[in-house]
Write a new protein. Structure first.
Length: 333
């Protein structure tokens, strides 16, 4: 069955291995199933839910587009566009926020994590962020949404919003209820410095993540310094349950190799970390170095990136304008 794929990545800098293995690698595989129609969005409206430096944001928008392309998203096959250019996203987000319940948003764990202790000081945008995400998806009648594990709850909310809108406006099946596509294994890559913390753009320590713009030496250094435990690598995968750092590093290796965790465990069974880390660095460099070089090459060609984003905008805008018109009609505008 052909799928209509939609996903988004925030242009907040430091795109890392977690973004790649949890999301972008999957985008490329879905694109390569020829019958799928794929739309990938640089979600800059989401980025401003926390303060951004305007010049940095502009640079990061191009860098995110460059990263998509460098990772293998082909602009001739898939739509790559910038969210803020298509005004229907903001319009749909407002309308959908009027059918969404405060109680639903109050359950969102990402808001609680991002807002921290002082929730009163968080922006309203950060709070209503998942409604904008629902608008992104529903405007394109997406059937499937590939994301990392941390976005699962937001997708469930999107499904609730779609159903509520269809119900409220007596329009069965008008907004398509999308399916999440979350990888069964390795859907949450953890920090290199702490195996129970998610690898994140905002971690103050750059040693906690492999950035997609890192070169060979940076990767070698980060893997060398990655946290481990004193034991040799286990003989069985079930022994990893109490060894988060070993589990994460073996997970990264397996995901890069497209192999089961069990196979990686047997490959390094009883060996020490230094031997495994050597192999892991080698595998990472093989995969990430070409991406990193290509991102840098593309960033020198702003004109090309802007053309891709402009072409993507025209295609996305055509679809989204049609849908928002129908939404407004149903609402009574
Ligand atoms: P963001 O950078 O927050 O816009 O995330 C872009 C995509 O990467 C989303 O699908 C996230 O779920 C995914 N992602 C972000 N961090 C990780 C991680 N540490 N492990 C797996 N997936 C991740
Ligand atoms: N909220 C997602 C994240 O932080 C990004 C995103 C915005 C998204 N809109 C989307 C992902 C639509 C999938 C579909 O990772």
């Amino acid at each position: 069955m052909s799928k209509k794929i939609f996903s988004g990545v925030q242009p907040t800098g430091n795109l890392h291995l977690g973004n790649y293995l949890g999301a972008i690698k999957n985008f490329v595989e879905l694109q390569n199933e020829k019958e799928n129609k794929c739309i990938f969005c640089v979600v800059d409206l989401h980025a401003i839910t926390v303060k951004q430096e305007p010049k940095e944001l502009k640079k990061n928008i191009r860098e995110t587009a460059a990263t998509f392309i460098a990772c293998g998203i082909d602009p001739a096959q898939s739509i790559i566009f910038n969210q803020s250019m298509v005004s229907a996203h903001s319009e749909a987000a407002w309308i959908l926020s009027c059918v969404s319940k405060i109680g639903w948003l109050n359950r969102m764990t990402q808001f609680k994590e991002k807002a921290g202790k002082d929730k009163e000081k968080a922006s309203i945008g950060l709070y209503s962020y998942p409604v904008l995400m629902a608008a992104d998806i529903l405007l394109y009648d997406a059937t499937h949404v590939p994301v990392g594990d941390d976005q699962k709850q937001h997708l469930e909310l999107c499904r609730d919003i779609a159903q509520k809108f269809n119900n409220d406006f007596n329009a069965p099946d008008f907004l398509k209820v999308p399916e999440p596509l979350i990888q069964k294994q390795f859907s949450r890559i953890m920090s290199l410095k702490d195996g129970i913390k998610k690898m994140s753009k905002s971690d103050p320590s750059d040693l906690s993540r492999v950035n997609l713009t890192d070169d060979k030496d940076e990767i070698l250094n980060k893997i060398k310094k990655a946290k481990t435990d004193p034991l040799p690598l286990p003989e069985e995968a079930k022994e990893l349950a109490k060894r988060p750092e070993a589990e994460n590093l073996l997970g990264i290796y397996s995901s890069l190799k497209n192999q089961n965790l069990e196979i990686s465990v047997s490959e390094f069974s009883g060996k020490n970390f230094s031997e495994f880390k050597e192999k892991l660095s080698e595998t990472l460099i093989e995969k990430i170095e070409p991406i990193s070089k290509e991102i840098k090459r593309l960033l020198n060609d702003e004109k090309y990136l802007d053309t891709i984003l402009l072409e993507g905008f025209h295609e996305a805008d055509k679809m989204a304008s049609k849908k928002i018109k129908e939404i407004k009609e149903l609402v009574g505008f």
